[in-house]
Design a binder for this molecule. Sequence first.
Ligand SMILES: C[S@@+](CC[C@H](N)C(=O)[O-])C[C@H]1O[C@@H](n2cnc3c(N)ncnc32)[C@H](O)[C@@H]1O
Length: 360
Amino acid sequence: MNLAGRLRALIGQSGPLPLSRFMADAVAEYYATREPFGAKGDFTTAPEISQMFGEMLGLWAVDTWTRLGRPRPCALVELGPGRGTLMADLLRAGRVEPGFHEAIAVHLVETSAGLRARQRAALAGCGKTLTFADRLGEVPDMPFLLLANEFFDALPIRQFQKVGAEWRERLVGLDAAGQFAFRLAPEPADLAGLLAPEQRDAPPGSVVEIGLPARAIGAEIAGRALRHPGAALAIDYGAPLPGLGDTLQALRRHAHAPPLRDPGEADLTAHVDFAAIAAAARGAGARVFGPLAQGEFLGRLGIRLRAARLKAAASPPQAIEIDQALERLTAPAAMGSLFQCLCIASPALDEIAPFDPAEP
Ligand SMILES: C[S@@+](CC[C@H](N)C(=O)[O-])C[C@H]1O[C@@H](n2cnc3c(N)ncnc32)[C@H](O)[C@@H]1O
């Protein structure tokens, strides 16, 4: 039985499911069975657009490693490494800093066996041993640099809708035709302590999204950063401030698809709640920088200089491609504003480039 069949049977037995259960199963199935990346897949991520993205993150990594006191050994952790492109570009750029390569141990947190194989192939010549983990908790507790690009958006969320003065959970059930459809839970949900002040007084009809796994990972990173020198960079699409609204979306062949149709066959994501992750990390004692819009982040790190360097050695068609990639990564109308960068770091660090100083 395929995943849709299994989920229908489960709903038939136990009733409507939290969206988080539906999403977790759909995302796991999707990455286990599909080739999602590139023109022939469903979407294209920043490292797949241009080597410049991973190279800028490489500069961020060596600069941050220096600020951390050049720990050796230092885990270089990536959550959801996709095809391994970001890590390959980062490691190449990291060679500018003597001692960096020797100090780092690469840990890839990836649940998909197929993508692990892709990552092994992409990183075959990088000169580092790769250690794989299913979850961050399996990575040794030690000084660290951590990167997560378009990882948090795949983590399961729950949705709640305001009905009168109460919040009711939006559950996934079946309609009369046996298709997946949202159903409101009959009983109110207690969201005390889970909502930001801006969300509490939402008008009736509003939808709020709560991603407990994302918050838990934010707190877990913070805990590590309290025990060891460390810094984590999360890059994803989402609003910098707490918001309202249904952001669940499915992408298939680069086009939007109905999110509940065909679980496991489309890329199912939701906007990342950066404010909630930042609050979880601050609450656990870490220092938080940003969020900073991706265009600003890459601009401050010097991506325009890098593009000019690459263009100096490029053919005219390649130079056009470099300009187009730069525009896609940084322009506000493309990925420059929608994508945000958040850094969670050890409390001793009061500056991390290229962020503004953290609030005390
Ligand atoms: C959208 S892709 C991003 C890939 C890559 N970071 C990039 O920018 O190209 C999401 C990645 O996260 C992985 N992933 C999704 N959910 C995960 C989970 N719960 N635990 C570990 N990895 C997960 C996927 O297998 C995939 O590698």
